[in-house]
Design a protein around this ligand. Structure first.
Ligand SMILES: C[S@@+](CC[C@H](N)C(=O)[O-])C[C@H]1O[C@@H](n2cnc3c(N)ncnc32)[C@H](O)[C@@H]1O
Length: 218
């Protein structure tokens, strides 16, 4: 864990830098701002269902999970949230993050303290299944997810995560019309998503980024 350092982003919220990869967990322009835009507004908010299954690639700081729990409660939607992570954070790191500094600290703590490897019901709107596995080797259920938050490190840092067969593996885990969102806007990723069974569009990105990808499973 010593390769991780705390970073204050442009909106005042924290992120982490992985020194080994020289890569941040979120946009330097604003971590909370980016997560809210890319995953909640461009992904979760598209759904109009009483109950949804979400898959996140890269649990990291837990920010996306925490924002999704809040969105689910405010829209009264029941969310089963599965998330994959190979390098869970030590408690000393997640406790230093300022996302929940004002109120809701308890919820953020409950997300991190939830057991790994089993689904945990956090309230009537939000169940969390944190899996300490690699996307590259794990087995995913078929035709299950309504939304995928693809929040891997960037393609130039971890190209294996964005390889076409990996995107095809995600596609088979999604329901028809399921929504795949990522902060990335690379042309090669768009082409590989198309050949993996998605309709792909470039939509406006968060502040500091012109575009991001949203793809709909055909
Ligand atoms: C961009 S960060 C994720 C940010 C996170 N969603 C958040 O809100 O903090 C990428 C994450 O992917 C994780 N990761 C790296 N390789 C992985 C793999 N093969 N399978 C699953 N997760 C992986 C990293 O440890 C890191 O936490």
């Amino acid at each position: 864990m010593s390769n991780l350092e705390l970073l204050v982003t442009g909106d005042g919220s924290h992120s982490l830098i992985n020194r080994e990869l020289d890569e941040t967990y979120h946009s330097r322009h604003g971590a909370v701002q980016e997560s809210n835009h890319v995953f909640i507004r461009q992904g979760f908010d598209l759904l109009d269902l009483p109950s949804v299954r979400i898959l996140e690639i890269g649990f990291g700081t837990g920010l996306n999970a925490w924002l999704t729990w809040q969105a689910a409660a405010s829209r009264k939607m029941v969310v089963q949230y599965d998330t994959l992570e190979t390098q869970p954070l030590a408690s000393g790191i997640w406790k230093s993050l300022n996302y929940a500094a004002e109120g809701r600290q308890v919820d953020f703590q409950r997300i991190h303290e939830a057991a790994w490897g089993t689904p945990v019901v956090l309230d009537s709107f939000f169940s969390l299944h944190k899996r300490e596995v690699s996307l590259l080797s794990c087995v995913l259920p078929e035709s299950t997810y309504h939304v995928v938050y693809f929040d891997a490190f960037a393609p130039n840092k971890q190209p294996e995560m964005w390889a076409q067969p990996v995107l095809a593996k995600i596609a088979q885990a999604m329901r028809p019309d399921g929504v795949f969102v990522t902060y990335c806007a690379k042309g090669q990723v768009k082409r590989d998503l198309r050949s993996s069974g998605f309709d792909v569009e470039a939509v406006p990105g968060p502040p500091g980024k012109r575009e991001m990808i949203r793809a709909i499973k055909r």
